[in-house]
Ligand binder design. Sequence first.
Ligand code: LLP
Length: 426
Amino acid sequence: MIREIRDNILYFDGCNTVELAQKYGTPLYVYSETDLRGRFAELRQGFIEKYPRTRVAYAAKAFFPLAMAKLVKEENMCVDVVSGGELYTAIKAGLPAEQIEFNGNNKSRTELEMAVEYGIGRIIVDGLDELSIIEEVCKEKGKTAKVLLRVTPGVKSSSHDYIVTGKKDSKFGIPLDDEVILPQVKAAIDSSVIDFYGIHFHVGSQLFDNDSHLQALDIILKLADKIRENFQYELKEINLGGGFGVTYVAEERKSFSYFIDPMMERIEAYYQEKGVERPNVVIEPGRSIAAEAGITLYTIGTQKDIKGIRKYVSVDGGMTDNIRPALYQAEYTGVIANKADAPKEQVVTVCGKCCESGDILIDNLSIALPERGDVLAVFSTGAYGYTMASNYNKNLIPGVVFVREGKDRLVVKPQTFEDLLRNEME
Ligand code: LLP
């Protein structure tokens, strides 16, 4: 068990969380290396080794300090980056360029130059003018680029509106209208410097139903038909994106195989029927790798009991280290780490310390009697917490600690006040 209680104290991957809070200060992001590596192991077993010519490109946006990039490298996974910064981190961590794939709806010329210069594994083209920029850059540098086209499958998946990406009205992907997509495909096939690999889609994030992935896949296989008919060309690769949901509060996550197996069956059946070799298949999970591997530790401060309304319990972080409740009404749960076994006799609202009324981390949390100085552990904060952190109110971005079987190591130092002023000039 990654999370366990010993003597009324919460342990995470064998480490006493109260001691971690004392040692490193709070707020603090704590990640279980066992859990992170375990997710990759699940995917190795249930996807990479089960189906030949498949890859996992971990979506860096979920969580990607250098230490995570190194872990991805050690696990021999690929990585999906969406900015020059993520690309730079991957390269600095020593990830082979071939294992890096670059997504994004508005890559700058400089970012594309970096990608071509490093010779990364795939550039996933999203904008209508992107192909021609890549061609230009390749010609200038005497290089070639391996390219996929990201399409908007036009399916609606059920998740928060801000994290649904596959519907027709989306800033992501190339619309599937024949007169839009087919000329792009033709240009990619015809180019002397572009090696056209295939098609990419991503339907959305935090999904619990495999239906939208399957609908999107059917649409992509129809596109494969059209590409064959029009250009006598077989796709070499299909990228199914990420989006697999995780457990925050109530709904239990589904296994990877719940999403992957039906898609693989459909792809294999389709290619068997056509009598051609199945293309490579790639997935891009982010949240489903990092979310549950991370918890955040806070120290409880002031409390405000508004009679008949609610009791606010404040912590020393908030929307600056976890914007998700404020941005997506995301729900979390947690426990007082130093009273982990005590009866949950209070229902409280956990709020942060930012100057925003919306800075509420958890509404209606049942916990043991909270007191100033207690350590609150919030669960499943590993994805899109640290990566979306900000310095609002000049609050400091917390450090990150990796724990593994009772051992801890600091992988990101907590910010200092000097860090805040580093780039500021008088
Ligand atoms: N691939 C592409 C092209 C994506 O756009 C995304 C996520 C992923 C993969 C990874 O999706 P995942 O497996 O993590 O669901 N900040 C939001 C999530 C934004 C997701 C954006 N794209 C949140 O905190 O919920």
